[in-house]
Design a protein around this ligand. Structure first.
Ligand code: NDP
Length: 298
């Protein structure tokens, strides 16, 4: 399959495997803040690296961003080396960052003035889903932009859902990740309590997973990563903390009282402060284990 030239900005834990899929089926230029990572990626994936966002955007029909937050996306647009200096009218900016709806609406408005289309297209499915091309992608865009974005997103995901206008993808992703965070804490606490009550952790999870308390966290994340003691580092805790912040702001703005999500946000902030910059999103379970004096292994 061949498609029109694209550019990918942000080769992080999830960006790199997404870009690697796109490099297989058409012309792709990559850019990364740390240039050596872009060069290494370009060598390994037989593609081209650019020295600046502007250079990456020149000649691209679609520019995809996958950065920590909307703040970094917005900052990349301006200046002599920015994306807007290279993008031609008629191009599309596709933001796969888990970003915030208000910034995305502002970006979309600015781009519309230059006849550049915008869609927020955050992804779910983790680094494994990115490698396999099985991500779920929630797209916020007008109908015409969604139709245009769909083919390239199909290289990255198996479920491409048009969830509403610009900003809607980011809103849905933020509340999804708020649920994930609540679930991580709740499963950690529940299994620690079962262990203290004399139930082996593996048995507790197996029975929960045959019962009404099961979730993605209890069925997949905790058995594969915590029970085995492998704790792979695939998603920085700081990024989930950021998603909780977006979700909490959304709840406040929409007048939904959200004590559960608020508390999860506070607990993740505390965990982030205790565990430091390099912490992974499942590491709060380590804090639960240490407070409880119970390990979830087996
Ligand atoms: P990483 O922290 O692994 O990578 C971040 C990327 O952004 C790197 O390429 C980094 O460049 C770049 N970057 C950081 N700060 C800046 C800046 N100021 N200007 C320009 N580039 C910058 O993040 P992930 O790849 O894990 O996540 C990317 C997005 O995807 C986030 O919004 C995250 O919430 C979301 N996401 C992540 C998932 C995961 O499993 N990891 C799952 C689903 C969504 P450098 O190499 O120079 O540091």
């Amino acid at each position: 399959m061949s498609r029109r030239p694209a550019a990918f900005l942000g080769l992080g834990a999830i960006g790199a495997p997404m870009a690697a899929r796109l490099a297989r089926d058409g012309a792709l230029t990559v850019w990364n803040r740390t240039h050596s990572r872009a060069e290494e990626f370009a060598r390994a994936n037989r593609t081209r690296s650019a020295a600046t966002p502007r250079e990456a955007a020149v000649g691209a029909d679609v520019v995809i961003t996958c950065l920590p937050s909307s703040r970094e996306v917005e900052a990349l647009l301006d200046g002599p080396d920015g994306v807007l200096a290279g993008l031609a009218p008629g191009a599309l900016l596709l933001d796969c960052t888990s970003g915030d709806p208000a910034t995305s609406r502002r970006i979309a408005e600015r781009l519309a003035g230059r006849r550049v289309a915008f869609a927020d297209a955050p992804v779910s499915g983790g680094t494994t889903g990115a490698e396999a091309g099985t991500l779920t992608i929630m797209v916020g865009a007008d109908e015409e932009t969604f139709t245009r974005a769909r083919p390239i997103l199909e290289s990255l995901g198996s479920r491409i859902e048009h969830v509403g206008p610009v900003g809607a993808g980011h809103a849905l992703k933020a509340v999804n990740n708020a649920l994930l965070a609540v679930s991580i804490l709740a499963v950690g606490e529940a299994v620690a309590a079962a262990v203290k009550a004399g139930v082996p952790a593996r048995t507790a999870l197996e029975v929960i997973n045959l019962s009404s308390g099961r979730s993605f966290v209890s069925e997949t994340l905790v058995p594969e990563r915590v029970l085995t003691g492998t704790w792979p580092r695939t998603f920085r805790l700081a990024l989930l903390e950021k998603d909780l912040g977006i979700a909490r702001a959304l709840l406040r703005e929409s007048g939904v009282e959200g004590p559960v999500i608020d508390l999860a946000g506070e607990l993740f902030e505390r965990a982030g402060a205790a565990l430091g910059e390099s912490a992974d999103y499942l590491d709060p379970i380590r804090l639960i284990e240490s407070q409880a004096g119970a390990e979830i292994r087996g």
